[in-house]
Design a protein around this ligand. Structure first.
Ligand code: ADP
Length: 452
């Protein structure tokens, strides 16, 4: 660059020298210099125009100027352009590679921008979603997939879990949709055909539902006869009486298991949001405590409900099973949901707290508003659970230890029912526990489902 600068200075000096000579001949040095400057500027302008035309042609034709200053600059521009072209074609090859791999997928891939308009889609998107990129580019995706659950899935911006949906093209196809935002303004929507899995799942659900229903009648008969036999215990030898007691206990346990299985399959198969109503919480909990007062009178169950803000104690209702005779304080806190389902869930949590506490156990039920919604906590001072078991606690038939369950007559299905009910109410179950120190099972409901 330095030699370019020097040669340009030399050129300028040459022009100035010629201008001085011509000026001397014309007896006006300034006129000679001015003439030289005008000619120099005109040559510069002409070269500048050639360079500009050359650039407009994409710098592909031969360099049109034989002047060191301009040729050096144009050379450098040419080199930069060639380098960019090489980089661009490598980038294009990479993009083509990824596009081809997306095209080869059986699953649909659709990219939408921040306005929800379709930016790109692969071939499978046509078969699964009815999105043809050649026709639908720039179209709003929600105009093509109008299912309300899909629209609210996209609107929510919470893509932590996939969405299950029937295909808008063929309702027999079950789809699993997973959205992933990228580069701030785009969302990649990945759609898998899970019809085979959904079919297997429905066979499994039907099987469990049918078996449970089929088992119900023989079990009722067996339990009924055992009850009759036990009613005549004075005619029976003591050893036989023990056998009948055990048979009765086991058949009652099987009966609860079948009932829980029927509950679970109902929760899995019935669509969400059926028979929802606004359920006054205090009334529901008081009802459950009343039952406990009869079945486990020795345990203390207290209930406290903060009605307004986080931690507020001034505006709350409180009672315990020992003073239920006092009329319940009015409370306006109500949960929007299915009464039977929520009752079953809360009843399971309360029954567990009763089952897994000592004779003089204390159970607190606390309802309070928190930053993440409304929390209903069932806290006991019972035997507690080793934290290693917590992640698997809501699995069907998962038991912390069999001796516990058989001594309490548990089925191992209660918490699975609780989890399903809460999922159907957009709520979550949080469990914390320490062995020997008691447990807390907290249902967290989204604020919009609970009225103050
Ligand atoms: P179960 O009918 O056996 O009680 P659940 O699904 O309700 O089945 O509970 C699963 C397991 O979790 C139980 O077997 C028990 O060991 C443990 N568990 C549940 N609730 C409590 C609790 N409040 N305190 C201690 N252990 C509990």
């Amino acid at each position: 660059m330095r030699s370019l600068f020097q040669s340009t200075l030399l050129q300028l000096a040459l022009f100035a020298g010629v201008g001085l000579v011509v000026g001397y001949e014309l007896s006006s040095i300034w006129a000679g210099l001015a003439l030289a400057a005008v000619i120099y500027i005109a040559i510069m302008l002409l070269n500048f125009r050639r360079v500009s035309d050359w650039l407009l042609l994409g710098a592909r034709v031969e360099i049109p100027v034989a002047n060191t200053f301009w040729t050096t600059i144009m050379d450098q521009i040419s080199r930069i352009i060639r380098k960019l072209e090489v980089e661009n074609s490598a980038l294009k090859a990479d993009v083509d590679f990824f596009k081809d791999s997306f095209e080869a997928l059986d699953s649909a891939v659709v990219v939408i921008d921040e306005r929800g308009e379709i930016d790109w889609a692969n071939v499978a998107a046509q078969a699964l979603l009815g999105v043809a990129i050649a026709r639908d580019k720039g179209e709003l995706l929600v105009n093509l997939i109008r299912a309300p659950e899909f629209i609210s899935y996209l609107d929510s911006g919470d893509f932590s879990k996939p969405l299950k949906l029937h295909s808008p093209v063929d309702p027999k196809l079950s789809l699993e949709i997973q959205a992933t935002p990228f580069r701030h303004e785009y969302v990649l929507i990945f759609v898998r055909d899970v019809s085979d899995l959904a079919h297997l799942e429905s066979i499994r659900q039907d099987f469990i539902a049918n078996v449970s229903h089929e088992l119900r009648t023989p079990l009722t008969v067996i339990t009924g006869y055992l009850d009759i036999i036990k009613g005549r215990d004075e005619q029976m030898p003591p050893a036989m009486l023990r056998v009948v007691d055990q048979m009765l206990e086991q058949s009652q346990r099987m009966d609860s298991m079948v009932n829980d299985l029927i509950w679970l399959s109902r929760l899995e198969t019935l669509p969400e949001g059926q028979k929802t109503e606004l359920i006054p919480l205090a009334g529901l909990i008081f009802g459950l405590i009343e039952e406990v007062r009869v079945s486990a009178p020795e345990k203390v169950v207290s209930f406290k409900l903060d009605q307004v803000a986080e931690g507020s104690s001034s505006d709350s209702v409180a009672t315990s099973n020992k003073d239920l005779a006092v009329p319940a304080v009015e409370s306006s806190v109500a949960i929007r949901g299915n009464y039977d389902e929520l009752r079953a869930a809360f009843s399971n949590l309360l029954q567990n707290a009763i089952k897994y506490t000592a004779v003089d156990g204390c159970i607190e039920i606390i309802g309070a508003w928190q930053w993440d919604g409304f929390r209903l906590k069932f806290k006991d001072n019972g035997i507690g659970i080793d934290p290693v078991h917590l992640p698997r606690l809501t699995e069907r038939f998962y038991r912390v230890d069999d001796s516990r369950t058989s001594s309490t007559g548990g089925t191992g299905l209660g918490l699975a029912i609780v989890k399903h009910v809460l999922i159907r109410h957009q709520a979550e179950l949080h469990v914390s526990s320490r062995e020997g120190h008691g447990s807390s099972f907290t249902c967290v409901f989204p604020a919009h489902l609970v009225t103050k």
